[in-house]
Design a protein around this ligand. Structure first.
Ligand code: ATP
Length: 253
């Protein structure tokens, strides 16, 4: 599979604080890559740096063979790299229809259109004239993903799409995402629920304190190994088989 994104020795800071440290990673066409790690591991900062929403301090990001490390975010969107940000960031006072259509001009031509997005998220059809801010969390997440799809991304970066949603709403979002994956869109997603990660991801990348500490095909990492990476392998208690990473994550918070 061809490499779409090559990340080489990437560093990103918040002020003096290093949040992403020497990250090297490749995203290949068709990957469903899940980024996991405890609160503060640097997952959001990495996604935002890839999307051009956060400045890289050093290192390179290549899109196919082109260095895009310092390309503005909107130009990355036109190249086919779109971010669904943590917290969704919709235009709350605009309607669902407006939120979807506003993204159309930013992106590429392709299979995703207003109609195909509504096919993927049928729950939005009766809500088109509702203000985005009045929707439920699950519906808002559907709009956020739909808005990104309207730009026809080749790589879709998804930051914690489950955050704050009911289990039913999470299921609805992932059911729709399965359709998106079926269309061949490459996904990089941050997800805290390891069960879901293991169900959907083709590759799992674990981050700890800004660094990549594991990068492997999903079927080659056990839950216990992933959990151990939440804390670093030097913490033997984290490697116990029944220790759930989701709980571990809460303890770490
Ligand atoms: P979470 O699961 O909490 O979103 P994360 O793995 O996405 O965590 P980041 O949000 O990227 O991690 O945070 C990485 C580091 O950068 C943390 O130490 C965090 O405290 C710090 N950080 C994140 N955002 C900011 C900010 N706006 N200003 C200052 N420091 C920040």
């Amino acid at each position: 599979m061809s490499v779409l994104l090559s990340i080489d020795n990437l560093n990103a800071h918040h002020g003096q604080l290093p949040a992403v440290r020497n990250v090297s990673l490749q995203v290949r066409q068709g990957d469903i890559l899940a980024l996991v790690g405890a609160n503060g591991a640097g997952k959001t900062t990495l996604l935002r740096t890839l999307a051009g929403a956060h400045r890289a301090s050093s290192g390179t990001v290549r899109w196919e063979d082109v260095d895009i490390t310092h390309l503005p975010a909107h130009q990355r969107v036109s190249e086919g790299l779109a971010l669904v940000p943590e917290g969704r960031r919709l235009f709350a006072g605009m309607t669902v229809r407006e939120n979807l259509l506003v993204a159309r001009a930013a992106g590429r031509r392709g299979q995703w259109s207003f109609d195909t997005v509504l096919d993927a998220f049928p729950q939005l059809a009766p809500k088109l004239n509702a203000k985005a801010g009045e929707l439920s969390g699950g519906q808002q997440q559907a709009v956020a993903i739909g808005r990104a799809l309207m730009t026809n991304p080749r790589v879709l970066l998804l930051d914690e799409v489950s955050l704050g949603l009911s289990p039913l709403a999470v299921q609805g979002v992932y059911d729709a995402l399965r359709g998106v994956m079926g269309q061949g869109t490459t996904l990089v997603l941050v997800e805290q629920d390891l069960q879901r990660v293991q169900a959907v991801a083709s590759r799992i990348v674990c981050m700890l304190e800004g660094r990549v500490v594991a990068d492997a095909p999903a079927d080659q990492l056990t839950r216990a190994q992933i959990t151990a990476h939440y804390f670093g392998a030097q913490r033997p208690e984290a490697a116990q088989p029944n220790h759930h990473a989701h709980d571990a994550h809460k303890e770490a918070a």
